[in-house]
Design a protein around this ligand. Sequence first.
Ligand code: ADP
Ligand code: GLC
Length: 490
Amino acid sequence: MIASELAPYSKTGGLADVASALPKALGRAGHRVTVVTPRYRGIAAGTWRADVQATVAGQTFAAGLWEEPLGPGARALFVDCPPLYDRDGLYNTHQVDFDDNPLRFAFLSIAALEWLASAADEPVDVVHGHDWQAGLTGAYLSQHFARHPTVGRLPFVFTIHNLAYQGPADKSWLPRLGLGWDLFTVHGLEFWDHLSFLKAGVNFSDAFTTVSPTYAEEIQRPEYGFGFDGVIRARAAALTGILNGIDVDAWDPARDPYLPEPFSAAAPAGKVAAKRAALEAFGLPAGSDALARPLIGLVSRLVDQKGFDLVAQVAERLVDRGPAFLVLGTGDGRYEHLWRMLAARRPETVGVHIGFDERLAHLVEGGADMFLMPSRYEPCGLNQMYSQRYGTVPVVRATGGLVDSVTPWNATTKRGTGFLFSDYSGQAMLDAVDEAVRTFASPADWRRLQRNGMKVDFSWDRSARAYVKVYKGVIAARRPRRQRASAPRT
Ligand code: ADP
Ligand code: GLC
């Protein structure tokens, strides 16, 4: 696998969680997976394994590959190339992208393939790249390694975690990245007269996937396509939607080191201690009144995708509805400012922490009663699944992976795990929050709702099986025809 983020070493979002949990699940199922990822500033893990070297954009870069086990059958291979990765930030500093990002991530693919071609210690069946950062891998496989006896035959699977990030680069990068102008076509990697890493990923893959079945449908429509819906439709036959799992070891209320007391569906008492700790950590009152009051958590990148423009539209009405709020996030300055302002105005109701903080994320998931995720679009979303596991009821917009992982509460049948709203409007969101608050007032219903969510199996094993099916499909399709015809039938 090739991924630009890997939890717990580097993370800006869910990609990091997937890049670590999927290999571990595949490893548990008996496969062997190596994740090639940058050794960013501050990553000290790993022991030296090999060196690779490649000339890109007129410069020769040498990199050490540092190996660190992730679990049985799974390991990370950190690409140590200080001129490219030893920086303050993964993709940018102060929200300004590094202008050599095309080079930094082209090199990631090249380093992985060079390693396979020269130093790899065991044979490989398939290469799997994640998001635009790994998007050029398929193009390099077919261009630079076509004649290599083993690497040249490798199938490439590409996963889109978010269609909005398309890795655009000025077309002048093309020759600098060692790619021919013959690839600069609508069926190749040209997108509106630019080079698009994402488009390369789609068009030079044997199969591509996205992180939920609903999102796989949505991105074929203009409303969710970010201009890419035509590209996706053209290759729809090669697309599969596979819902992410979650790392059920890292996110387990029964043994979460960040929580004051363990709890579970069978022994839920410890959730109150988590609520108290979460309120205290955010500087909100934590007495018996506060514990009885519903508490809504938000842990998110503070960006439009996550629905913060909706929140902004009705912010005052939202925070005056009764519940208290804990908000953990970073992102757009205007949303950071909005939440800071709301917290200053209602210090008893709104607690805000602007920053990225793993411990607080666990504390909010553990301590909140409800988790709000009004996303405009959501390829998968992980927090709504973490929430359910922690007995924290999700209130979400019905889009993408949120549809595939939250089932609406039905007060008659007592089934369902959360509250969904469809219209992308502030009022629809407020209505869903109100419905959740009303249900919270019926303790028996609420306990049932929590238990329903806590019982859902969100483990990676199911999703890993779906990926194996995709891998097997592309491997079989690449096998020479004669060999396929003579293969024994089973
Ligand atoms: P996305 O990748 O689009 O941001 P996901 O829901 O897939 O959304 O994943 C977000 C991940 O990042 C989750 O693991 C979430 O807990 C984490 N996260 C987001 N913001 C923060 C933050 N400010 N502090 C800690 N963790 C965060
Ligand atoms: C992206 C998406 C998010 C998804 C994550 C992991 O960051 O925005 O919905 O859960 O990738 O696949």
